[in-house]
Design a protein around this ligand. Structure first.
Ligand SMILES: Nc1ncnc2c1ncn2[C@@H]1O[C@H](COP(=O)(O)OP(=O)(O)OP(=O)(O)O)[C@@H](O)[C@H]1O
Ligand code: SF4
Ligand SMILES: [Mg+2]
Length: 347
């Protein structure tokens, strides 16, 4: 547990649903091992939505895949800890891991078609989950298991606000729009009653109206099923709308974590400030947004010191020499930037 979470009062006493500390992951690229995640840390309490943000290539999906045990073949965990409901995930046998993760974590990605089986109806796919996890049907009452699975599949579609679920359950994925397919995938994630849902850019491929509908569905599910969500996005607007807390990543490291309101009011890390300026605003009738100058460094050739220094408007001599340590600035706020050294306690 970080000193920041330790100081944040009552919430810190509960066992977090997810607690990642000092997670380092390496990738084998061109015959050598390259550090892709550098001591990543984050915590999610039950019922909380944590936004994980950063530009493309910052390490968000690798973090998600590490939690779900789905890292690519050329990746290895080089250190750290991932605890699900207090139980260490790293170092467990494959079988024990699969059991723990199947019970605890559901992942939803950007592209629903990669999840859905094109030759099975929506109902058959949801019912299959019940077949694989018979304990989910314990409350079957007098009904046959098959009928109960079908009934619960319809209920799952109703929960994610699919209109006319009795008919949609008979449909094949290709008969549904992208937004409806994504709702089906969310329903499939929820029927397993996971402790944690990881949503990785799930609205990126959708048009703006459908995106808004899915976001409002997630907001509703927070209330109805007390969703605990790791919400991965490069869009600060989505974070503002849904998340309680936010973790900002840059080039494989966490550069700032904070509650959302505080981050939007007073971002500390220069990269967080730059990311917030990418959110479009209306100025005199014109939509204005400022892209971040420069590009994320290649993993194979990162700059020395702070990896953001070639793009940072506030960089000074220390920045290209030393990697900044994480500093706990205020309760719940951690920043890795030389600007704050001396005014904060090192984690
Ligand atoms: N299997 C792999 N082999 C080589 N490099 C990889 C592999 N998987 C990821 N990477 C690299 O690791 C870095 C982090 O990737 P990751 O997919 O976690 O980024 P991301 O933050 O999810 O980006 P995006 O917003 O584009 O999804 C990137 O530079 C990416 O190119
Ligand atoms: S450590 Fe230096 S370069 Fe990095 S974000 Fe802070 S001021 Fe900018
Ligand atoms: Mg990604």
């Amino acid at each position: 547990m970080t000193s920041a979470t330790r100081r944040s009062g009552a919430a810190a006493t509960a066992v977090p649903v997810l607690e990642i500390s000092d997670l380092s992951v390496e990738l084998s690229i061109g015959g050598r091992w390259i550090q892709a995640l550098d001591r990543v840390g984050l915590t999610i309490q039950r019922g909380e939505v944590l936004g994980l943000v950063g530009e493309s290539g910052s390490g968000k999906s690798l973090t998600a895949l590490s939690i779900a045990g789905l890292l690519p073949g050329n990746a290895r965990v080089a250190g750290g800890s991932i605890r699900l409901n207090g139980e260490e995930v790293l170092g467990k046998s494959e079988q024990a891991l699969n059991r723990l993760r199947a019970r605890s974590v559901a992942l939803v990605f950007q592209n629903p078609t990669s999840y859905l089986n094109p030759v099975l109806t929506v109902g058959a796919q949801i019912a299959e989950i019940f077949e694989l996890n018979p304990e989910l049907l314990e409350a079957a009452g007098g009904r046959t298991r098959r009928r109960e699975a079908w009934r619960q599949s319809i209920e799952a579609l109703r929960l994610v606000r699919i209109p006319d679920p009795e008919r949609v359950v008979e449909r094949y994925p290709f008969e549904l729009s992208g937004g409806m397919q994504q709702r089906v995938v969310i329903a499939m994630a929820l029927v397993r009653q996971p402790d944690l849902v990881i949503a990785d850019e799930i609205t990126t491929a959708l048009d703006v109206t459908v995106q808004a509908q899915i976001l409002s569905l997630l907001a509703e599910l927070r209330r109805t099923v007390r969703l605990t969500l790791l919400l991965i996005t490069h869009d600060m607007g989505i974070v503002a709308q849904l998340a309680d807390r936010v973790v900002v990543m840059y080039s494989g490291s966490v550069v700032e974590s904070s509650d959302v309101r505080t981050l939007f009011k007073s971002p500390r890390h220069p990269y967080s400030k730059a990311l917030l300026e990418t959110v479009p605003t209306i100025d005199g009738g014109r939509t204005v947004f400022r892209p971040i100058r420069g590009a994320m460094p290649a993993l194979t050739d990162p700059p020395a010191g702070c990896r953001f220094h070639p793009r940072c408007p506030d960089a000074f001599d220390q920045c290209s020499r030393r990697k900044p340590e994480r500093l706990a600035l205020d309760p719940g706020r951690v920043v890795a930037c030389h600007l704050y050294e001396g005014g904060a306690v090192s984690e």
